[in-house]
Design a protein around this ligand. Structure first.
Ligand code: GLN
Length: 393
């Protein structure tokens, strides 16, 4: 008999994102499941990290991250996000944006507190909150534009609400929150004295709608932590460099929690990311243009095989619906598609408060090298339209 596990991990299981990614790797399929983003990182980012290793930048950094990286983040926050922040006191570099989110949640939420989350959601946000004993209160986003009811949001706030979570551009919906939506959230957060945490890791990947950071509004500034990182912007998801920007007192706590959990983010990689932050606007413009081509290629492919894609305004994921009856549910669809054509996706149910809302949906990630995405699209086309697939079975 083994000793017992902690209560908090009793219901913890591997995410569907990772599960299908692993099965895909075993099958040597094409992974449109996990947002691995396996494209080439910019040379300047790689060179700076290599140089830092050669220069023996190998020891712990300041618990808030290197001074150079924080300076570069502060400059980017000013010029891109419209947020003035002090690199000494208002920025903490963390182990990925997930690490930043964990440190933020640990610094602000007690077990039993409530956090408002929009559904569909990024499952890691929700599962991490649950791990910490936080009660998640959901507000539904309605396709096709992923809008939400103002009444539902107002009703989600209670006297236990301590935080509201925004993810813009959103994973998996691709929703880009508008200024009016953000101001309405800020207003409610003010009235209920709740923290706002905004995960903006896909901030540079938008297709027309502007990315807006809620913390740039004076109404939100004192209660908001803005989280982002290098993973998606420089295609270095495994480097685990993220950061949190917010009021000094809270960033103090986040930095200490970060120190306790991780000590610091990987030192040489912080130097690589600092160099990335020096890239000029053409880099980000080209990245967006590339994702737009990939998005549209996937949209066209999915339509040709009988799916109805929800076209994202940002990020690099797409939810797409299939007709009920074509497969029993999203898991059956994921497994059938993997087996028939070797392309991995994620069942939509993984992203909804009510898993049935995503029962006939799959999430596709298109952050792939062009040749791999082309290969994936060719394979997907072999599925034929739903009618053909049904007739065959
Ligand atoms: N953010 C990525 C996704 O949604 C990676 C998730 C992960 O591996 N934890 O797929």
């Amino acid at each position: 008999m083994t000793p017992p596990f902690a209560d908090r991990v009793k219901s913890v299981k591997q995410s569907d994102i990772r599960r299908y990614s692993a099965i895909c790797a075993e099958m040597k399929g094409i992974n449109l499941s996990q947002g691995v983003c396996d494209q080439a990182a910019p040379d300047v980012v790689k060179q700076a990290a290599k140089q830092a290793i050669d220069d023996d930048q190998a020891i712990y950094t300041n618990l808030r991250g290197t001074a150079g990286l924080r300076q570069a983040i502060a400059e980017k926050m000013r010029s891109f996000n419209g947020i003035e922040c002090d690199p000494e006191t208002e920025i903490a570099v963390n182990v990925g944006s997930a690490g930043a989110f964990a440190c933020m949640a640990l610094s602000t939420l007690n077990a039993g507190d409530e956090c408002i989350v929009f559904s569909p959601f990024y499952s890691y946000h929700v599962n991490l909150l649950k791990l910490f004993g936080v009660t998640v209160k959901y507000v539904d986003l309605q396709p096709p534009d992923w809008s939400y009811s103002a009444e539902a949001l107002a009703e989600a706030f209670t006297d236990r609400t301590r935080m509201v979570l925004i993810n813009t551009p959103g994973n998996p919906s691709g929703k880009v929150f508008s200024e009016a939506e953000l101001l309405a959230i800020a207003d409610l957060a003010n009235r209920h004295n709740a923290w706002i945490v905004t995960d903006e890791i896909y901030e540079y990947i938008t297709y027309g709608k502007p990315h807006i950071s809620i913390a740039k509004f004076p109404e939100a500034r004192e209660r908001t932590v803005t989280i982002s990182g290098a993973s998606k912007t420089y295609a270095v998801t495994g480097w685990r460099i993220g950061y949190a920007v917010g009021p000094a007192e809270l960033i103090d706590r986040i930095s200490v929690v970060n120190d306790l959990l991780y000590i610091c983010a990987p030192a040489p990689l912080q130097h690589g990311v600092e160099a990335g932050l020096g890239l000029d606007s053409s880099y980000y413009k080209d990245m967006c243009a590339d994702y737009l081509v990939k998005r549209d290629m996937l949209v066209e492919t999915l339509r040709s095989i009988g799916f109805s894609p929800h076209i994202p305004d940002g990020s690099y994921y797409m939810l797409a619906s299939f007709e009920a009856g074509r497969w029993a549910d999203g898991s059956a669809a994921t497994e059938a598609i993997l087996e028939q054509v070797g392309v991995a996706t994620v069942p939509g149910s993984a992203f909804y408060r009510n898993p049935d809302d995503g029962k006939y949906q799959l999430r596709f990630c298109y952050a792939k090298k062009m040749k791999d995405l082309e290969d994936a699209c060719q394979r997907l086309r072999k599925l034929g339209s739903g009618a053909t697939a049904n007739a065959k079975s």
